[in-house]
Design a protein around this ligand. Structure first.
Ligand code: HEC
Length: 154
């Protein structure tokens, strides 16, 4: 009888130590410290696609709506990759104000938004062409917003 209690106790301790280790290991990852996904190359002809939609007030309002409904949860309110769902994703969602995104063509952002890549969903069927172009144009406003914020600080 005593032996059984001892065995159960050992198993329990082992379980607690293992889960404790796993939890501390996962909480160690911060949004900034996460690795980037493997290179995600956009086909040339898609990258060269020119946006036919003009970023007027209406289009940017549509883009903002789409962003807040479908993208913000992972990419964050202003595209810095710090949305609430990002906590549970083990790679970085990227930063729309970083050089890599700024230098990407509209066509490339549009293609990646359309296709998605796990864990990011595809928006081919969820959003119309205009909605996808609108959200791409809306993401271009994040750089200006980030710059205004730093100007105010300094
Ligand atoms: C479930 C979380 C999630 C949602 C929702 C989401 N994304 Fe993403 N997105 C990611 C992750 C993670 C990556 C990085 C993917 C990779 O590197 O494989 C990514 C990458 C991207 C990229 C490509 C960045 C690069 O590396 O060049 C673009 C563009 C993008 N997302 C746009 C959007 C837009 C626009 C929406 C909304 C319409 C959206 N995403 C919704 C998680 C998400």
């Amino acid at each position: 009888m005593k032996k059984t209690i001892k065995t159960v106790a050992i198993i329990l301790i082992g379980f607690v130590v293992t889960t404790g280790f796993m939890i501390s290991k996962s909480s160690y990852l911060t949004p900034e410290g996460k690795p980037e996904g493997s290179p995600w190359l956009c086909p040339d002809k898609n990258a060269k696609m020119v946006c036919q939609v003009k970023p007027d007030e209406g289009i940017l309002a549509t883009g903002k709506d789409v962003w807040n409904t479908h993208c913000k949860s992972c990419h964050g309110k202003t595209g810095q990759g710090n949305g609430v769902k990002a906590e549970n994703i083990d790679i970085s969602c990227g930063d729309f104000t970083s050089a890599r995104f700024v230098n990407a063509t509209d066509g490339e952002l549009y293609w990646k938004t359309t296709e998605g890549r796990k864990p990011m969903p595809s928006f081919k069927l969820k959003l119309s062409d205009i909605e996808r172009w609108s959200v791409v144009l809306y993401t271009r406003t994040f750089v200006k917003k980030a710059k205004n914020a730093t100007d105010k600080e300094s």
